[in-house]
Design a protein around this ligand. Structure first.
Ligand code: ZN
Ligand code: ZN
Length: 326
């Protein structure tokens, strides 16, 4: 029987490091698991973790700290949220953002960045960051060969099909507007990828917080489509089926503020009133309800950007008068 090795540190990974600035918690764990020869992140935890958002609990943060040897304060700071995960706002590297604005269901990556460094960046988890701010290429979450989504749980840099290495393929260039959005997000996160102002971006947009900027981008491409009576809320859908087109569309409107925005408000208002939205809401009262909620959303966007609702109220009055919408 062998004697206990007093030099080994129990429960600690052999190869360790702290997370680097901007690295996602899942990216950090993947990096350490790969370095230590584990094939899945599950090895770090006692409990079975089925979904990525189950990872961000206080208990798991302590476990990560224990296994990696990294101070729990640093682990907490780099994780998205400890408490109130299902609440509206979460901690995103010290910045408050809406929970809905991040996507951790799958692994989102820029292969060009990964080729330069093995760091999986948090910014790629932001729903509206569809382009790499550095390379101007698409952020992707599925394999170009087999179309499988990249798994956040697997500790490997090769797709399950074995055909594609994450740092070894071209994803296509993003539109100018998507890149402008990504660069501005990067700037607001303090990454300073944006060395000079994004061309065409107005001062009104530049002074928004990250939370407000993401809110405005998302709201401009969202259309209320039906009322969810059980939850007493209106369901919204993306104006276009492709998220990248949505971001491009919103950024075009936000950067040329404000005339295209009011055209958008007019167009969608007519759509809701005329057709009842995608789901063809028949009753006039329901259509008016959807219109009211759409205008509420747009009023919020306008007040964040203009700093007042007065301009929006006046413009909406003009649109309403000329179209006799209600
Ligand atoms: Zn990149
Ligand atoms: Zn594949």
């Amino acid at each position: 029987m062998g004697s206990r090795n007093d030099h080994a540190i129990p429960n600690h990974l052999v190869i360790r490091s702290n997370p680097v600035p901007g690295e996602s918690m899942i990216g950090y764990l993947r990096r350490l698991c790969i370095a230590n020869g584990y094939d899945t992140l599950q090895w770090v935890f006692h409990k079975n973790i089925r979904f990525a958002d189950e990872l961000f609990t206080e208990e798991n943060m302590w476990e990560i700290s224990d296994v990696t040897g990294c101070d729990c304060k640093i682990i907490r700071r780099n994780s998205y949220c400890i408490n109130g995960w299902h609440g509206s706002s979460i901690n995103f590297h010290g910045i408050k953002i809406d929970r809905d604005r991040i996507d951790i269901k799958y692994l989102n990556i820029c292969p060009d960045c990964l080729l330069e460094s093995p760091i999986i960046q948090s910014i790629w988890d932001l729903v509206d960051c569809t382009a790499c701010p550095k390379h101007g290429t698409n952020i992707v979450n599925r394999c170009p060969a087999c179309r499988r989504f990249f798994s956040w749980m697997r500790a490997s840099n090769t797709c399950e099909c074995g055909m594609v290495e994450y740092d070894d393929y071209f994803t296509g260039f993003s539109s100018e507007n998507e890149v402008a959005c990504a660069k501005h997000i990067s700037f607001l996160l303090g990454n300073k990828v944006e060395t000079e102002a994004v061309p065409g971006m107005t001062e009104n947009i530049k002074r928004l917080s990250l939370e407000d900027f993401l809110y405005c981008v998302n709201r401009v491409y969202s259309i209320p489509v039906y009322e969810d009576e059980n939850n007493c809320r209106v369901k919204v859908e993306m104006a276009f089926p492709d998220k990248r087109i949505c971001v491009s569309y919103s950024m075009g409107i936000l950067m040329d503020w404000s005339a295209p925005f009011y055209n958008h408000v007019e167009k969608i208002s007519k759509f809701i009133i005329g057709y009842g939205g995608v789901h063809r809401v028949k009753k006039r009262a329901e259509r008016n309800f959807l219109l009211a909620s759409f205008l509420g959303m747009m009023g919020e966007v306008a007040s964040k950007i203009d700093g007042t609702t007065e301009i929006f109220d006046r413009k909406w009055f003009d649109i309403n008068k000329s179209n006799n919408l209600i």
